[in-house]
Design a protein around this ligand. Structure first.
Ligand code: NAD
Ligand code: AKB
Length: 320
């Protein structure tokens, strides 16, 4: 077992609830301190309430547990951010600053602070989007992530803090629900399909977006964080690619396993956000620097999601 003590902010969200399990397996349950403003579903690790805007509390927890690494996941995502722009900016920027300041003052060894494909905008090349490219995001969330990437690089260059980051694509998962993003449809569609319900998608049929299955996203995070420091050449945030598909393509993939499944489209305000993002990602630098390779494509993800969602939704229910 490794000796580090890890503090996770926003640990009860879509990524945090699975990443905390993976980190507990690597570091030992007592070495992983989950924090959030929401109660955890299962209390199987040290858990502490932490509002990321409360820097004194963050200082206190880092000292109390002698934390050496912070995984900063607390954030407001794209769709919620467009409804509450100032609030999203405050949580995403002040929250990140608090983490960076605590890391600087208390000599934290490593920080993980994820970014998103939301940093791209309508002037960015849409296909095979390069690592270094035009970043003029149009959502508040994307603006906060683009600024955050640069602040991470600043703290690395100025103070030598080993901060690492990934521009995650939309994440598909069955264990935890997504938290207010534009790519949430790619999880919601499975829930409807498995429950035998029609699904009305809030994006148009042909909106192609980069996505990734949670096991790949977790593995990417751990592989990046374990990579030797000298291999890390990107200190803003790494492009990461896995698969890209449209709502029509994922619906049709589900129909290969659940032929009765039906879906239609009723675009809402999230269409504009999705239209400003790119379609596919060039992740050659992540491949070169820390040997990143995705394992799940759309058919493999669809198959695994349906098997596991059925188990989760139906097999754990008590028999009447
Ligand atoms: P999520 O919304 O599911 O979880 C965020 C967590 O932060 C929630 O549990 C919430 O309670 C907590 N939180 C909100 N405000 C807080 C506050 N003031 N103090 C402390 N905690 C607070 O988000 P996620 O999908 O798990 O995303 C984690 C990180 O990954 C975010 O930075 C997000 O931008 C990034 N990301 C996620 C995706 C994705 O598809 N899930 C894609 C790209 C980037
Ligand atoms: C969102 O849709 O806001 C997130 C993301 C891609 O950052 N899933």
């Amino acid at each position: 077992m490794r000796k580090d003590v890890i503090l996770i902010t926003g640990a009860n969200g879509q990524i945090g609830s699975e990443l905390s399990t993976a980190l507990r397996e690597l570091y030992g349950a007592k070495q992983v301190i989950a924090t959030d403003i929401r109660e955890p579903k299962e209390q199987n690790t040290p858990f502490e309430f932490l509002d990321i805007l409360n820097i004194e509390r963050l200082f206190e927890l880092v000292k109390k547990y002698q934390v050496t690494q912070i995984y900063h996941l607390a954030a407001i995502l794209s769709a919620t951010g467009e409804k509450k722009p100032k609030f999203a900016w405050q949580i995403n920027m002040d929250g990140l600053f608090n983490v960076l300041e605590v890391a600087k003052e208390l000599n934290i060894v490593k920080v993980f602070a994820p970014s998103s494909i939301a940093v791209f905008g309508d002037q960015t090349p849409r296909e095979h989007t390069p690592q270094d490219t035009v970043l003029h995001p149009s959502s508040v969330y994307g603006i906060s992530k683009a600024a955050g990437e640069n602040w991470c690089q600043y703290y690395f260059k100025k103070y030598g803090i080993d901060i690492r980051s990934i521009r995650y694509p939309g994440i598909i998962s069955y264990q935890s629900a997504p938290g207010g993003g534009t790519t949430d449809y790619a999880v919601d569609i499975f829930h409807s399909a498995v429950k035998g319900k029609h699904y009305t998608c809030f994006l148009k049929a042909d909106t192609r977006l980069p996505m990734i299955y949670m096991p790949d996203a977790i593995r990417a995070t751990l592989e990046l964080m374990e990579a030797p420091k000298e291999n890390i050449t990107v200190r803003t945030s790494y492009n990461l690619a896995s698969m890209s598909f449209t709502p029509k393509e994922i619906g049709e993939e589900i129909q290969k396993i659940i032929p009765d499944f039906t879906f239609s489209h009723q675009p809402d305000f999230r269409q504009e956000i999705a239209d400003s993002w790119t379609e596919s990602i060039d992740d050659r630098i992540a491949r070169k620097d820390w040997n990143w390779r995705a394992h799940y494509d759309l058919p493999a993800t669809t198959n695994d999601m349906i098997i596991n969602l059925k188990k989760k939704l139906f097999e754990s229910s008590p028999i009447n």
